[in-house]
Ligand binder design. Structure first.
Ligand SMILES: Nc1ncnc2c1ncn2[C@@H]1O[C@H](COP(=O)(O)OP(=O)(O)OP(=O)(O)O)[C@@H](O)[C@H]1O
Length: 593
């Protein structure tokens, strides 16, 4: 299933294919040198698209992808090298490998499969890391693979040139490979996995809360991107005919990353733009590098001009266009603003699980601070329970424990007979528990519909995802804003998108952390009506945290009060209003609401 309008994909793929054919024909008219430049451009673009599949969609920069390109180059070259040459230059190869001689296509396929297998192993380990550790680990991968290539002389010829590779990559072959890679990158971006990964890039915590297993999605992207890099490596090796390990090391890593960063990491449009800009600039600067004379003035050769030029372009892009020259949208998404298509009848997200959520004796210890101390809470379907307390009393920490964002230090959380204690947030979501966040956590660069769809696709096995999305948008009055970027909406609308996204998970228990914060009086009233409907019509159990006591008193049948991590009272709004401990701790000076 694709998550974007079909028109966008068709237009994009047609434009990619058309541009590639046009470029080859034009280069053909200019002769051999242009064709060679274009071939290198196509191969570089495959590499940029490959890195982009992982780095662009996950938001984690990779310095290690040239390692996969290297593996692709060496594996395919060993397989296509003529047997006689192998006997002469690689005498210690195992017999079966020495006797193997494949054509470019099967050799490339083997190289792609082998590289994908290596990536699966490496990615399983690297995928456990977060933030800068994940980036540094990719650098480690580059260095290790380089070291292996250099050290494995019997197979790779070590630091020496690996020569005699059949030069079978012409401009058309490179063009076909490039179109293939770009189409894979484009389709992946808007696949279910691509959407989930982009959601995780925007906000990993809320992605987990709507059922997205981010590590799994990262691994999928990592393996696909490695396979694309292997294709680039195989084509490059068979274009050059001779190469060495340093072709797949720092200099070219820098070049491909520059293309990706300058153009825009998160789109195929960005990859193409960056590759064009950097290729043109490099070609021009290389000419300057060897010196020139202009109007009697002789400019001496200046080594490194091209690299300094590229570095300056990166700096310029970072200052002026932090998301790259083309931003975060594909060109066709800007040009063809297709309205949200209603592809399915809405499916009302009626609560299916009728069991109550019950937490017993929850404790959360943060170093020396006991943020939650021996708190027990219950939420049953169809009831709205308020959770109130002064700032810092432990309300959000309770929601974080109940939704699997953090594991309690001790205590148990159960749904009927099912033990939920210690489950990860995607697994808790799968048990019909959804939430919103105090500080809005939307997937800001995705549209409203994509925010909600990502949640629907990641829960309940993705069944009826389009219909659940449609229903959730309709119920929160967001259908008209479905194609707007979530991050551009007003505060009140963003809060409603968060609720719609939670609703798309088809929960039976919903946690709302200050849903009315930042809303004006009308918006709050509208929200109250909608929440009442969710509990009344759909049978949802709602645990509502808010400082707006009017909202709490109007909506909740039961209220629990926390103070300094302790549950100090629980009862009906009337009982809570009159409770002296609550008045003392929360309302202060006896002021009632
Ligand atoms: N990850 C954390 N690490 C350390 N301390 C934390 C962490 N999260 C919360 N705390 C602390 O735990 C206490 C309870 O915080 P919590 O956010 O749960 O309170 P709250 O009742 O939701 O407050 P507010 O109404 O201001 O949102 C606070 O003292 C807070 O500083």
């Amino acid at each position: 299933m694709m998550t974007s309008p079909r028109l966008h994909l068709i237009v994009s793929i047609a434009a990619i294919a058309f541009s590639a054919i046009a470029a080859v024909l034009i280069a053909g008219a200019f002769g051999g040198a242009s064709e060679r430049i274009l071939t290198v451009f196509f191969i570089s673009l495959i590499g940029v698209a490959g890195i982009g599949i992982y780095a662009g969609n996950s938001g984690i920069l990779s310095f290690g992808h040239l390692a996969f390109m290297g593996i692709g180059a060496y594996v395919s070259s060993i397989l296509t090298l003529p047997a006689q040459l192998k006997a002469a230059t690689l005498p210690k190869l195992p017999d079966w490998l020495a006797a193997t001689q494949l054509d470019l296509v099967p050799a490339t396929l083997v190289a792609i499969l082998l590289t994908a297998a290596v990536a699966l192993l490496v990615g399983w380990a690297i995928g456990r890391l977060e933030g800068s550790a994940a980036v540094i680990a990719t650098l480690g991968l580059l260095i290790i693979v380089h070291g292996i290539i250099i050290g494995w002389r019997d197979v790779t010829r070590g630091a020496q040139s690996f020569f005699g590779v059949p030069r079978e990559t012409g401009v058309w072959t490179a063009a076909i490979g490039c179109v293939l890679a770009l189409v894979v990158a484009r389709l992946y971006r808007d696949s279910v996995s691509g959407l989930r990964l982009r959601a995780g890039r925007e906000d990993p915590i809320s992605a987990g809360a709507v059922g997205i297993h981010i590590r799994r999605e990262r691994l999928i992207a990592w393996v696909i991107s490695a396979a694309v890099m292997a294709l680039a490596g195989a084509l490059l090796a068979h274009f050059l005919g001779a190469f060495s390990a340093k072709k797949f090391y720092f200099v070219d890593t820098f070049l491909l990353l520059a293309m990706l960063i300058v153009g825009g990491m998160s789109t195929v449009t960005g990859a193409i733009t960056g590759a064009v800009v950097i290729t043109v600039v490099t070609e021009l600067l290389r000419r300057l590098e060897s010196g020139f004379s202009l109007g009697g003035f002789d400019m001496p050769p200046v080594l490194g001009t091209a690299q300094i030029g590229i570095a300056l372009i990166i700096l310029f892009a970072m200052f002026r266009k932090p998301n790259g020259l083309t931003g975060t949208k594909e060109w066709e998404e800007r040009v063809f603003r297709v309205p949200a298509t209603v592809s399915a009848e809405p499916v009302a997200p009626v609560a299916q699980d009728r069991t109550a959520l019950s937490a017993q004796n929850l404790i959360m210890q943060f170093g020396g601070l006991r943020a939650v101390d021996d708190v027990s809470l219950q939420v049953a379907p169809s009831e709205i329970v308020g959770l109130i307390g002064p700032n810092g009393s432990g309300k959000t920490t309770c929601l974080n424990m109940l939704s699997g964002v953090i594991a309690p230090t001790s205590g148990t959380i159960r749904r009927g007979e099912v033990e939920l204690t210690g489950l990860s947030s995607p697994d808790v979501a799968e048990h019909g528990i959804a939430r919103t966040f105090q500080n809005i956590r939307l997937f800001s660069d995705l549209t409203v519909r994509q925010n909600v769809l990502a949640a629907a696709l990641s829960t309940k096995g993705g069944r009826d995802a389009a219909a659940r999305t449609h229903a959730a948008l309709e119920r929160l009055g967001l259908t008209g804003k479905a194609m707007e970027d979530a991050g551009t909406l007003s505060y009140g609308d963003q809060r409603r998108v968060e609720i719609a996204r939670a609703l798309a998970c088809q929960p039976s228990i919903l946690f709302l952390d200050e849903p009315a914060a930042g809303m004006n009086r009308e918006e709050t009233q509208d929200l109250m009506n909608r929440l009442r409907d969710l509990a009344g019509d759909l049978g949802l159990g709602i645990l509502l945290v808010d400082h707006d006591l009017h909202l709490i008193n109007q909506l909740c049948t039961r209220i629990a009060v926390l103070n300094e991590g302790h549950l100090i009272a629980e009862g009906s709004p009337d009982e809570i209003r009159k409770n002296p401990a609550v008045i003392e701790a929360y309302l202060g000076r006896g002021k009632e609401n």
